[in-house]
Design a protein around this ligand. Structure first.
Ligand SMILES: [Zn+2]
Length: 227
């Protein structure tokens, strides 16, 4: 078969390639003498990344480390700058009367006009934060108390509460942390059930909620936090 111009060009490229490889090998460090190697420019090491951008550092996703951030709709809470704008003086204990996924859907629905800062699963193994502590969640039915409290929802039903030991412990640790952070006294004048908020139309957390057990757990957890 007669050589076509294309075939010849391929052969030429191939020869040039082989020659190029041989020439490049001369400059390889492993073939250099030690003094030649030492004269090579040092590789520039990049400084490690300085972390997330300042805007993200300014607004960390959660205020309580064990929680995961599941944000409520911006239409369901009042942005604020607590405790500068309003003192945080109360913790309000709620019962969801629905499973957590339904509650998250409600909090994300702008038409619901409802939210809470935290949600704790019946098992006590999952905690979600839905509203920043600095902002005013709409959980107590009272504008005055909403502005001065943190609301914690517990998964369960008034007629069928699932208050597990782990849920009490997880909730008590969270409440104790809030009390330490904002100097809220650990007593029943400041840690309230939703039913105890003046003019409340709700009866949660219900009679099955063991306040004695809960307050003891909060007291113990609070003493273990150094402030
Ligand atoms: Zn409630």
């Amino acid at each position: 078969m007669e050589d076509s111009p294309l075939t010849r060009r391929r052969l030429l490229w191939g020869a040039a390639g082989a020659a190029g490889t041989a020439l490049a090998a001369v400059g390889l460090p492993q073939l250099m003498r030690p003094e030649e190697k030492a004269a090579l420019p040092r590789p520039v090491r990049k400084a490690p990344a300085a972390g997330p951008p300042a805007t993200l550092r300014k607004y960390p996703s959660v205020d309580y480390a064990p929680a995961v951030w599941i944000e409520a709709s911006e239409s369901n809470y009042t942005p604020s700058d607590r405790p500068e704008a309003y003192p945080i003086e109360y913790v309000v204990i709620h019962l969801t009367t629905d499973i957590l996924p339904v509650m998250f859907t409600k909090f994300k629905d702008p038409a619901e006009r409802v939210s809470a800062h935290y949600m704790i699963s019946a098992t006590g193994t999952r905690i979600a934060q839905c509203v920043r502590e600095r902002d005013v969640a709409w959980h107590s039915g009272s504008v005055w108390y909403n502005h001065r409290s943190i609301g914690i929802e517990h998964e369960g039903w008034t007629d069928q509460p699932v208050y597990t030991g782990k849920m009490y412990e997880a909730s008590a640790a969270l409440t104790a942390t809030i009390c330490a952070k904002y100097d809220v006294p650990v007593d029943r004048d400041h840690i309230l059930g939703h039913v105890e908020v003046p003019l409340s139309h709700h009866d949660d957390p219900g009679t099955a909620w063991n306040w004695d057990k809960y307050m003891k757990l909060v007291g113990t957890a609070r003493r273990n936090i150094r402030t």
